[in-house]
Structure formats: C-alpha cells, structure tokens
Design a protein around this ligand. Structure first.
Ligand code: SAM
Length: 303
C-alpha cells in the first residue's frame, strides 16, 4: 500500500529539522576532497510546489519553513538551509520547497554521486522529471553533463541499500526517511542499517523518524542506539503538546550513526532557536543526546 505523498507535508517542522541536518552533513562531507556517494532510500518527488492543491491542503509549511522565511536573526548554520530554499525561489516569494534529493543535488560536488530510490510510481516519475529539467538547465548554463552522477530508480530503498555498500570511494552519506505509515518501517530501518553497517561500518547514516504515541515509535531511538555503530547522535524537535486525540505530528527526530563531531555544537546553537520560532505552546522543546557503542549510554542531554 503506497498512500503516502510527501507533497502534503512539504516544508513542515519535521522537514526543517531533517533538511537543516542534511545540509550540515553535506557541508561536513564536502570538507574532504575525496568524492562520496549520497544514498537516499526514500527520495520522494524531489521538489514541491507550495501552492499546489497537495501542499496547500493543510499548509503544513506554516509550521516550518513559513515562519523562518522572513527572519533576519537566523543562526548561521540554520541560514545555510534557509539560503538553499531561498535559492530555488529567486522571486523572493516562497513557492517551491526542496525535497532531500534536491538538497543533495545543490550541496554535492560534480564528482560526488547521488543514488536515489523511490517506490511510488507517480513520485518516482516526478523525481526523474525534476532531475531531467535540472540537467537541461545546467546544460543551458554551459555545465558539462556528468554521466552517471545521479541515478534514480523506482524501487525499494530498504532492499537496494546493501548493494551500494561499500561505495567505491569508501565515503557515503545515507538518508533513510520512510513514511512510517506501516509499523513495519521501524523494523525495516533497523534491519537495513544493521546490514549496511556490516558491509560499511564507516558510513554516516541519518534516519528521520516521527515521535508518535505508538509503541514502535516510542521505542525506536532506543533500538537504534543498540546498533553496532561507533557513535550516535539523536536530536528531536517538539513544536507543541499533542492533544488528547493524539492526532497530528508534533514531534520528530533525526538519529545519526557515525555523526560528524561538528554537528552537536551546531545543534546546540540552532535547536533553542527553532523551539522559540516554531514552538506553539509550552510543550515545545528539544532533546539532544549522544552516545558511543562502548558505553551505550547517553553522554549529553539538553531540552
Ligand atoms: N526524503 C524525502 C524528502 O525529505 O524530501 C521525503 C520522503 S517521504 C517521507 C517517504 C517516501 O518514501 C514517499 O515518497 C514514499 O512513496 C516512499 N517509499 C515508501 N516505501 C518505500 C520503499 N520501500 N522504498 C523506496 N521508497 C519508498
């Protein structure tokens, strides 16, 4: 069953957390000359029009990128992400929002590789079309085509990941961002990373997840902490207190295995700001925790 369409949620508070962290992970990867492979197991459509009937239905971007758009006091690290979104809206009006593949396309270098998986027939087609247009635009600007830089496949990202590891350059950034509409996704994420770590322990694996009432969601981060990675970093953003019906997404997290040492200090600067600007009530908060395989225990906690 593939009912999830990310277009309904584009630019919401969960996307802000995910894509802000993604930008920072790319900036870290770009510090070394050696090329890397970016693998997006659940890519979505790549670009979203915020005035489409999908995105405007619940206007979820009003909980995320909307309130950041006109701010002039953004912390520098958060500004890197907002700058990227503004770059795709040259008129200054907030019309388009980037999906993770677009973020990766902007943040990677010509020698890096993008491997994008999307199972939904409509979204995989839109994703391929978006990249075709982007390549045509680059060609118009006189940029040389880079053959197999980007590969897009309509397929199951959970199953496809292992075949790409280890990557030729022994550097990889993997984003795993399933819909979690089916509770099996939680187990599949854990199993896929376990297998991936066995093949390529040095990769950076970033997992987005929702914080919901259901048991699988509440236990998820603790399960990821037990995976055999040297280190992990977990950050969550809660924008409001869930109502008694438990309806809606109030809170989400990014769990990073083998995180760059640069990320935690940046999160400590940016997360209080996100709580201040995106928070809706006294329940708004954040948590940052990290740990190592050796201790398995949280080494730092805020929020
Ligand atoms: N990563 C995207 C972004 O940040 O812009 C959003 C991805 S969205 C949360 C999840 C996507 O996964 C949906 O487009 C859905 O169709 C797709 N999907 C669901 N199961 C999948 C699977 N097993 N393999 C690949 N894609 C899948």
């Amino acid at each position: 069953m593939l009912s999830y369409r990310h277009a309904f949620h584009a630019g919401n508070h969960a996307d802000v957390l995910k894509h802000f962290v993604q930008v920072q992970l790319h900036l870290y990867m770009n510090q070394k000359d050696t090329a890397y492979t970016y693998i997006d197991t659940h890519s979505g459509a790549g670009v979203y029009a915020l005035d489409s009937s999908f995105a405007s239905k619940n206007a979820e971007f009003d909980t995320g990128i909307g309130p950041l758009w006109t701010r002039t006091d953004l912390p520098p690290a958060l500004n890197e992400y907002v700058k990227l979104v503004k770059g795709m809206n040259p008129s200054g009006k907030m019309r388009y929002y980037p999906g993770s593949p677009y973020v990766a396309d902007q943040m990677t270098r010509p020698e890096d590789r993008l491997r994008l998986f999307e199972l939904h027939p409509a979204d995989s087609k839109i994703l391929a079309e978006n990249f075709r247009k982007a390549e045509a635009h680059k060609a118009e600007q006189g940029e040389r085509a880079r053959g197999r830089r980007v590969m897009i496949e309509r397929g199951d990202g959970f199953l496809s990941l292992k075949a790409l590891l280890p990557p030729p350059s022994r550097r990889a950034l993997v984003l795993i961002d399933p819909p979690y509409e089916m509770k099996d996704d939680y187990r599949k994420v854990k199993d896929a990373i376990e297998e991936a770590l066995g093949r390529f322990p040095a990769g950076i694996y970033a997992v987005w997840y929702p914080l919901l009432q259901r048991m699988e969601s509440r236990q998820f981060a603790d399960r990821l902490k037990r995976l055999p990675a040297k280190e992990w970093l977990n950050v969550t953003l809660t924008v409001s207190t869930p109502g008694p019906d438990g309806f809606g997404l109030h809170s989400s997290g990014m769990f990073i295995l083998n995180p760059p040492y640069t990320l935690e200090p940046l999160l400590r600067e940016v997360m209080p700001y996100l709580v201040k600007v995106l928070g809706k009530d006294a329940g708004a908060t954040f948590v940052i925790e990290r740990g190592t395989q050796v201790t398995g225990a949280a080494a730092g906690r805020v929020g």
